[in-house]
Every structure is written in C-alpha cells, then in structure tokens.
Design a protein around this ligand. Structure first.
Ligand SMILES: [Zn+2]
Length: 454
C-alpha cells in the first residue's frame, strides 16, 4: 500500500510528554487519524514511529479502531500506564521507534475527491487540464475525468446563426461523439506521472443502444492502455436528453446495455450510470416503472461495480414519494450491494438541503450506509475554484450532521476504495489482452454481409 502523506501532530496535543501523548493517542483514537495517511507518525520531541505494515492493510481509521478494540480488552484501556506500556510494547515488537530530526512535512489539505466531473460540455468545449489542475489546487485531492458523450448539433435550419452550447437551447438532435474518449485519453497522457495519479479518466463515447457499444469500450482500452478506470457518466433515461438523441432511444432492457455491463464485470471498469428514478411530472398514481427496470438490471449484473449518479434525481425529476425509504430498502438489499450512489449536481444538493428535515433524513441514511455514497460536483468545465466548489459548500449543513466515518468515506474514502480497485483490475485486463488487435473487424454473418467492403 503506497501511503506517502505525513501529517504533523495536532498543535493541541504537542505540549504533552511523549508517554502521556502516546497513551492518549491510544485511548482517544487520535492515532487513527494518523494511521489513515501516514507511513511515519511524527511525535513531539523529535520522535517518530514507522507504522506496522499490518496496520496499513487496514483500509481506514475506523477499521483500525475496530481492530484495536477486538484485541485490546477494555479494562486495559482504563489505566493510562497500562495503555502507554501496551502501546509501546506493541509498537516495539512490530516496528522501531527512533529519534529523528524535525523535517518539513506536508499535510493532506484536500477537502474532497470528485467522483463526477466533466471537463467538456455538450459542444465538446471546456477548460484545459492545466486550468482544472489549478482549480483543484490543494483542496481537491483526486478527480474523475470525462467529457460528455453527446454533441448538440448546430442545425442552421433550427437556430440560424445562434450556436447552441446546451441541449435545452435548441430543438436539434444530439448525437454520440466518440472522439471524446480519444480527447480525454490524450489530455490525461499530457500530464506528468505525478499529476496523472490524481485523475481517473472514464470512457463515455458509446451509444448504449448499440450492440457494438461494448466493442467500442474494449477498443478504447486497448488503444489507450494505462488510462481509464471506468465508463460514464452515461445516460439511459435522462429528462429532456434521451428523447433528443438521434437514432434508437436507449432503454434499461436493451441487451446492448447488458453487453456493456458484462464487459465492465470482466474488465473491472467502474460504471457511472445516470438514470432518472421516474419520468418528469408523473401523474398521481403513475407506475414508477423505471424503478423496477433498474433494480432488475442491477440484479442481473451483480459483478459490475455501479455508481448510480445523482441518486436518480434530475432537474425536474423529483424525489419519488418516500425516496428515503426507497433508498433505505435498496441499500439494505444484499442483491444490490454492488451499487453505490453519488450526491453530485447542484440540483441534487437543492433537494437534500431544502429543509432541516431533508438534511436530517439524508444524514441518517448516509450514516447508516457509510460505504455507499460518494461526493461529486457534476461541474462542467468550471471557470474558477469559486464555482467549482459551490456544490461542496452547499452541502455543509449535511456534512455537519454526518459521523466522522461517514463524512470521510463520502468525501474521500469510498472514492479511494472503488477507483483504486478499478485501476488494478483494468490494468490487469489490459495486460492480459495487450496482444489483442486494437481494431476489431466485425465477424460477418449472413445478415451483415462480408464485413470488409466499402
Ligand atoms: Zn454529470
């Protein structure tokens, strides 16, 4: 496990003598914060400690706490001398404590990792990756990186000299723009190795109603190995958008989507799916048929890791009646444990922080299922850090009501777990298939002809 960050001891405890301090670390779980980010733990008076390797296998401070509680009977913890002795003994038998001159150490200042970010817009324009890096600064540790799979056509017959840049600005159709994947891959490759580590590029330029979509995804991986962590955000049912796309309309029941999700299971690609939970403005009592379809789809693809974007909400697709209890039931269902939710998009933030009751209900849900929610901005080519961080700021009332564990996992921990896992699996898949042809000639069938003709 490659953990490089080092955090200085908190100022408030630095005045204590080392034994008391160590005892207090153990008793008050301050040590768990260090174990989260450090290989070396720095103590006052120039002492430092190398964290035992098996601690580092504990994925986060809360698992570490459980680990301690399992092996340290509570009566030991009540006596500070025994606490200190036990801690020191434990450390000495598994590692070494040594004097070390004070050195400059940098703190992890990231507020969040962004699980949902668009570098470009509906006409494939956006900000440069260097600009985005400067916006991320030290406050955004890591981010996903994707464009938008759809291009808004500038139809002169429809809007004349007006060049639409958003899908709501024209009645002309949208079409799938596969070049976005090459653009994102080349953008990522323009970065230094150090900066690349901060990004998880995603493949989006496929038509989910096309049985060949999975082949496109595979081709992108083979053409740009070492780049992508997942697919998406791609949409099946999206208010105002789905019906505007040229060609066959996408559907949750289309076998083309099964092929895509099957390939994600095979390769380890993480999938970010946008699918509205209901149709806009449903009539009272209208069957929310999309819920049944999407749950069936998820159950069919148990081995695919999926993030359901925006908790299924939209600009006008409101929370279904009893949305919280629906989510509660969904999250408790073991057949759906491979599905997480992101709370990205300013529109979603509006629903969640609308009233003290909505904040409390959402916080209770996230506290109950801390492994299943991810923070994201859903910003599209933001002009500056002020705009980029707006969604994060608007969630402050929610964050204030989360447990330390749930807050950490929402903002960073779940991102790290899911995307790191995807990186490892996808790199392994690429390695195993590196000799496969990057340009697959479709196998001809009696109905498709001989394949290689003009
Ligand atoms: Zn989005």
């Amino acid at each position: 496990m490659n953990i490089k960050n080092k955090i200085p001891v908190k100022a408030g405890v630095a005045k204590q003598s080392p034994p008391e301090f160590l005892g207090d670390c153990f008793a008050h779980s301050l040590i768990f914060d260090f174990a989260l980010m450090n290989t070396d733990i720095q103590f006052p008076h120039g002492l430092a400690m190398t964290v035992p390797t098996h601690w580092m296998e504990v994925k986060n401070p809360f698992q570490l706490k459980n680990y301690f509680m399992k092996f340290a009977p509570s009566f030991y913890l009540k006596n500070i001398h025994i606490r200190c002795a036990m801690f020191l003994l434990f450390s000495l038998t598994t590692t070494h404590i040594y004097a070390q001159p004070k050195k400059q150490i940098s703190a992890d200042t990231a507020l969040f990792f962004d699980s949902h970010f668009h570098l470009t817009n509906y006409v494939q324009e956006g900000i440069s990756i260097q600009k985005f890096l400067s916006i991320m600064g030290t406050t955004t540790g890591r981010s996903t990186l994707f464009g938008i799979p759809l291009q808004q056509q500038w139809s002169y017959s429809n809007t004349g000299d007006f060049a639409p840049t958003y899908y709501l600005a024209s009645d002309a159709p949208l079409y799938y723009y596969s070049f976005t994947d090459a653009y994102i891959a080349m953008t990522y490759r323009s970065l230094s190795a150090k900066d690349q580590k901060r990004f998880d590029p995603m493949i989006t330029g496929f038509n989910p109603a096309d049985m060949y979509a999975a082949d496109h995804i595979k081709r992108v991986l083979l053409l740009f190995p070492g780049v992508f962590s997942g697919i998406g955000e791609f949409s099946i049912h999206k208010e105002f958008v789905s019906s505007k796309i040229a060609g066959e309309v996408a559907s949750l029941t289309n076998p083309a989507l099964d092929r895509i999700l099957d390939f994600c299971a095979e390769s380890g690609l993480l999938s970010i799916l946008h699918n509205d939970i209901d149709m806009p403005f449903p009539k009272s009592g209208q069957d929310p048929y999309l819920i049944k379809q999407i749950v069936d789809l998820f159950r069919k693809h148990k081995n695919t890791k999926i993030i359901w974007a925006h908790c299924g909400l939209g600009r006008i697709v409101r929370p279904v009646e009893e949305q919280i209890s629906f989510l509660d039931k969904f999250l408790a269902d073991p057949t759906l444990s491979h599905v997480c939710f992101d709370i990205s998009w300013s529109e979603v933030a509006k629903y969640i922080v609308r009233t003290p009751a909505t904040i409390k209900a959402t916080a209770t849900l996230i506290n109950k299922y801390p492994d299943r929610f991810l923070f994201g901005t859903d910003e599209v080519a933001p002009p500056d850090a002020e705009k980029y961080q707006a969604v994060y700021r608007s969630y402050q009332p929610l964050l204030a009501q989360l447990s330390a564990e749930a807050r950490y996992k929402l903002l960073k921990g779940n991102y790290t777990r899911l995307f790191d896992e995807a990186r490892v699996s996808v790199r392994a898949w690429e390695k195993a298939h590196q000799n496969d042809s990057t340009v697959t000639v479709p196998i001809s069938t009696t109905s498709s002809g001989t394949g290689n003709q003009d």
